[in-house]
Design a protein around this ligand. Structure first.
Ligand SMILES: [Zn+2]
Length: 227
Protein backbone atom coordinates (compact mmCIF):
# COMPACT_ATOMS: atom_id res chain seq x y z
CA UNK A 1 0.00 0.00 0.00
CA UNK A 2 2.67 2.43 1.16
CA UNK A 3 4.88 1.35 -1.74
CA UNK A 4 2.02 2.04 -4.18
CA UNK A 5 1.61 5.47 -2.66
CA UNK A 6 5.33 6.17 -2.96
CA UNK A 7 5.26 5.04 -6.58
CA UNK A 8 2.69 7.77 -7.30
CA UNK A 9 4.97 10.47 -5.97
CA UNK A 10 8.32 8.97 -6.94
CA UNK A 11 7.74 6.72 -9.93
CA UNK A 12 10.54 4.33 -10.84
CA UNK A 13 11.76 4.24 -14.40
CA UNK A 14 12.89 1.41 -16.65
CA UNK A 15 16.71 1.59 -16.86
CA UNK A 16 16.55 0.43 -20.49
CA UNK A 17 13.87 2.70 -22.03
CA UNK A 18 13.13 5.23 -19.24
CA UNK A 19 9.36 4.59 -19.28
CA UNK A 20 7.61 4.56 -15.90
CA UNK A 21 7.58 1.09 -14.38
CA UNK A 22 4.23 -0.38 -13.45
CA UNK A 23 3.37 -2.45 -10.41
CA UNK A 24 5.31 -5.70 -10.28
CA UNK A 25 8.06 -4.51 -12.62
CA UNK A 26 11.60 -4.17 -11.30
CA UNK A 27 14.37 -2.21 -13.04
CA UNK A 28 13.41 -3.31 -16.57
CA UNK A 29 9.89 -3.00 -18.00
CA UNK A 30 8.00 -5.91 -19.51
CA UNK A 31 8.21 -4.48 -23.02
CA UNK A 32 12.02 -4.20 -22.83
CA UNK A 33 12.29 -7.62 -21.28
CA UNK A 34 10.43 -8.98 -24.26
CA UNK A 35 12.33 -7.04 -26.93
CA UNK A 36 15.94 -6.94 -25.72
CA UNK A 37 18.42 -8.38 -28.27
CA UNK A 38 19.02 -11.83 -26.82
CA UNK A 39 21.88 -13.80 -28.40
CA UNK A 40 20.64 -17.27 -27.47
CA UNK A 41 24.27 -18.37 -27.39
CA UNK A 42 23.28 -21.01 -24.82
CA UNK A 43 21.34 -22.82 -27.56
CA UNK A 44 24.23 -22.88 -30.05
CA UNK A 45 27.38 -24.64 -28.91
CA UNK A 46 29.37 -23.29 -31.88
CA UNK A 47 28.16 -19.71 -31.47
CA UNK A 48 29.94 -16.53 -32.62
CA UNK A 49 31.34 -15.75 -29.19
CA UNK A 50 32.96 -19.16 -28.94
CA UNK A 51 34.41 -18.79 -32.43
CA UNK A 52 35.84 -15.43 -31.42
CA UNK A 53 38.01 -17.08 -28.78
CA UNK A 54 38.53 -20.37 -30.55
CA UNK A 55 41.82 -19.43 -32.26
CA UNK A 56 43.61 -18.58 -29.01
CA UNK A 57 41.77 -20.42 -26.29
CA UNK A 58 39.88 -23.69 -26.21
CA UNK A 59 36.61 -22.80 -24.49
CA UNK A 60 33.96 -25.18 -23.31
CA UNK A 61 31.07 -22.72 -23.44
CA UNK A 62 30.84 -19.06 -24.43
CA UNK A 63 27.64 -17.39 -23.28
CA UNK A 64 26.35 -13.84 -23.63
CA UNK A 65 22.89 -12.71 -22.58
CA UNK A 66 22.52 -9.78 -25.04
CA UNK A 67 24.08 -8.21 -28.08
CA UNK A 68 25.68 -4.88 -27.25
CA UNK A 69 24.51 -2.21 -29.70
CA UNK A 70 25.41 1.47 -29.40
CA UNK A 71 22.61 3.85 -28.35
CA UNK A 72 20.39 0.93 -27.48
CA UNK A 73 18.45 -0.25 -24.48
CA UNK A 74 21.29 -2.61 -23.61
CA UNK A 75 23.74 0.29 -23.56
CA UNK A 76 21.40 2.15 -21.18
CA UNK A 77 21.33 -0.86 -18.85
CA UNK A 78 25.13 -1.20 -18.88
CA UNK A 79 25.49 2.54 -18.28
CA UNK A 80 23.22 2.36 -15.26
CA UNK A 81 25.19 -0.61 -13.91
CA UNK A 82 28.62 0.94 -14.43
CA UNK A 83 28.16 4.65 -13.91
CA UNK A 84 25.01 5.17 -11.82
CA UNK A 85 25.81 2.80 -8.98
CA UNK A 86 23.00 0.45 -10.00
CA UNK A 87 24.46 -2.81 -8.75
CA UNK A 88 20.97 -4.25 -8.40
CA UNK A 89 20.34 -4.35 -12.14
CA UNK A 90 23.53 -6.39 -12.65
CA UNK A 91 22.48 -8.87 -10.02
CA UNK A 92 18.95 -9.04 -11.42
CA UNK A 93 20.25 -9.79 -14.94
CA UNK A 94 22.46 -12.50 -13.44
CA UNK A 95 19.45 -14.07 -11.76
CA UNK A 96 17.35 -13.95 -14.95
CA UNK A 97 20.12 -15.37 -17.11
CA UNK A 98 21.04 -17.93 -14.45
CA UNK A 99 17.44 -19.17 -14.42
CA UNK A 100 17.51 -19.63 -18.22
CA UNK A 101 20.86 -21.43 -18.06
CA UNK A 102 19.63 -23.66 -15.23
CA UNK A 103 16.63 -24.68 -17.34
CA UNK A 104 19.11 -25.89 -19.95
CA UNK A 105 21.14 -27.84 -17.40
CA UNK A 106 24.10 -25.45 -17.24
CA UNK A 107 23.98 -25.49 -13.44
CA UNK A 108 25.63 -28.93 -13.68
CA UNK A 109 28.37 -27.65 -15.99
CA UNK A 110 30.50 -25.39 -13.79
CA UNK A 111 32.21 -25.82 -10.41
CA UNK A 112 33.00 -22.17 -9.69
CA UNK A 113 32.09 -18.71 -10.99
CA UNK A 114 34.80 -16.00 -11.08
CA UNK A 115 34.29 -12.39 -12.21
CA UNK A 116 36.93 -10.57 -14.26
CA UNK A 117 38.59 -8.28 -11.68
CA UNK A 118 38.68 -4.50 -12.02
CA UNK A 119 41.84 -2.43 -11.78
CA UNK A 120 42.37 -1.48 -8.11
CA UNK A 121 42.16 2.23 -8.89
CA UNK A 122 38.87 1.78 -10.78
CA UNK A 123 37.47 -0.39 -8.00
CA UNK A 124 38.28 2.32 -5.43
CA UNK A 125 36.65 4.95 -7.61
CA UNK A 126 33.49 2.96 -8.41
CA UNK A 127 33.26 1.09 -5.14
CA UNK A 128 32.18 -2.17 -6.77
CA UNK A 129 32.98 -4.46 -9.67
CA UNK A 130 30.07 -4.50 -12.13
CA UNK A 131 31.05 -7.95 -13.45
CA UNK A 132 30.85 -9.25 -9.91
CA UNK A 133 27.23 -8.02 -9.60
CA UNK A 134 26.27 -10.15 -12.60
CA UNK A 135 28.39 -13.07 -11.31
CA UNK A 136 26.61 -12.99 -7.92
CA UNK A 137 23.21 -13.17 -9.59
CA UNK A 138 24.30 -16.07 -11.80
CA UNK A 139 25.76 -17.91 -8.80
CA UNK A 140 22.59 -17.50 -6.78
CA UNK A 141 20.26 -18.63 -9.58
CA UNK A 142 22.45 -21.57 -10.59
CA UNK A 143 23.45 -22.52 -7.01
CA UNK A 144 27.14 -22.57 -7.93
CA UNK A 145 29.98 -21.34 -5.67
CA UNK A 146 31.35 -17.92 -6.61
CA UNK A 147 34.45 -16.04 -5.56
CA UNK A 148 35.34 -12.40 -6.17
CA UNK A 149 38.86 -12.63 -4.71
CA UNK A 150 40.27 -15.72 -6.41
CA UNK A 151 41.17 -13.94 -9.63
CA UNK A 152 42.87 -10.59 -9.08
CA UNK A 153 44.85 -7.90 -10.81
CA UNK A 154 48.49 -8.26 -9.93
CA UNK A 155 51.79 -6.62 -10.59
CA UNK A 156 54.68 -8.00 -12.59
CA UNK A 157 57.19 -9.44 -10.19
CA UNK A 158 59.55 -11.27 -12.51
CA UNK A 159 62.64 -9.52 -13.77
CA UNK A 160 62.00 -7.30 -16.76
CA UNK A 161 65.52 -6.82 -18.01
CA UNK A 162 65.67 -9.61 -20.56
CA UNK A 163 62.30 -8.94 -22.16
CA UNK A 164 61.73 -6.88 -25.27
CA UNK A 165 60.09 -3.51 -24.90
CA UNK A 166 56.79 -4.84 -26.26
CA UNK A 167 56.82 -7.85 -23.95
CA UNK A 168 57.53 -5.61 -20.99
CA UNK A 169 54.61 -3.39 -21.93
CA UNK A 170 52.24 -6.36 -22.21
CA UNK A 171 53.61 -7.75 -18.99
CA UNK A 172 52.73 -4.74 -16.90
CA UNK A 173 49.60 -3.63 -18.71
CA UNK A 174 47.40 -6.59 -17.98
CA UNK A 175 48.57 -9.05 -15.41
CA UNK A 176 46.24 -11.27 -13.51
CA UNK A 177 46.97 -13.54 -10.60
CA UNK A 178 45.12 -16.46 -9.05
CA UNK A 179 45.12 -15.90 -5.30
CA UNK A 180 43.49 -19.17 -4.32
CA UNK A 181 44.88 -21.76 -6.78
CA UNK A 182 43.06 -24.59 -4.99
CA UNK A 183 39.73 -23.11 -6.13
CA UNK A 184 40.84 -23.26 -9.77
CA UNK A 185 42.98 -26.39 -10.01
CA UNK A 186 41.11 -29.20 -11.80
CA UNK A 187 37.88 -27.16 -11.70
CA UNK A 188 35.35 -26.25 -14.38
CA UNK A 189 35.54 -22.47 -14.25
CA UNK A 190 32.98 -19.98 -15.54
CA UNK A 191 34.66 -16.59 -16.05
CA UNK A 192 32.19 -13.67 -15.96
CA UNK A 193 32.56 -10.29 -17.69
CA UNK A 194 30.20 -7.36 -18.27
CA UNK A 195 30.62 -6.52 -21.97
CA UNK A 196 32.96 -8.37 -24.30
CA UNK A 197 34.31 -6.25 -27.15
CA UNK A 198 37.83 -7.19 -28.24
CA UNK A 199 38.04 -10.04 -25.76
CA UNK A 200 41.67 -9.35 -24.86
CA UNK A 201 41.02 -8.96 -21.12
CA UNK A 202 39.06 -12.18 -21.08
CA UNK A 203 41.84 -13.94 -22.97
CA UNK A 204 44.43 -12.84 -20.41
CA UNK A 205 42.23 -14.16 -17.60
CA UNK A 206 41.66 -17.46 -19.38
CA UNK A 207 45.39 -17.86 -19.87
CA UNK A 208 46.15 -17.41 -16.19
CA UNK A 209 43.32 -19.78 -15.22
CA UNK A 210 44.69 -22.37 -17.60
CA UNK A 211 48.18 -21.89 -16.15
CA UNK A 212 46.67 -22.63 -12.74
CA UNK A 213 45.28 -25.98 -13.79
CA UNK A 214 41.63 -25.22 -14.61
CA UNK A 215 40.05 -28.34 -16.11
CA UNK A 216 37.50 -26.58 -18.32
CA UNK A 217 37.11 -22.91 -19.16
CA UNK A 218 33.89 -21.14 -20.08
CA UNK A 219 32.89 -17.50 -20.37
CA UNK A 220 29.62 -15.68 -19.64
CA UNK A 221 28.97 -11.98 -20.27
CA UNK A 222 26.01 -9.65 -19.96
CA UNK A 223 26.56 -8.56 -23.54
CA UNK A 224 28.82 -9.10 -26.51
CA UNK A 225 29.53 -6.55 -29.22
CA UNK A 226 28.47 -7.68 -32.68
CA UNK A 227 31.44 -8.61 -34.84
ZN1 LIG B 1 11.71 -0.46 -20.75
Amino acid sequence: MFKDFLALIYPEFCVACEQVLTKGEDQICTDCRYHLPYTNTHLDKENILLQKFWANQPLHYALAYFYFIKNSRVQNIIHSLKYEGNQAVGELLGKWYGAILTEQGFNQTFDIILPVPLHAARLRQRGYNQSDCFARGLAEAMQIPWSAETLARGKATQTQTRKSRMERWQNVSDIFVVQKPELVDNQRVLLVDDVITTGSTVESCLQILQNNGAKELSVAAIAVARF
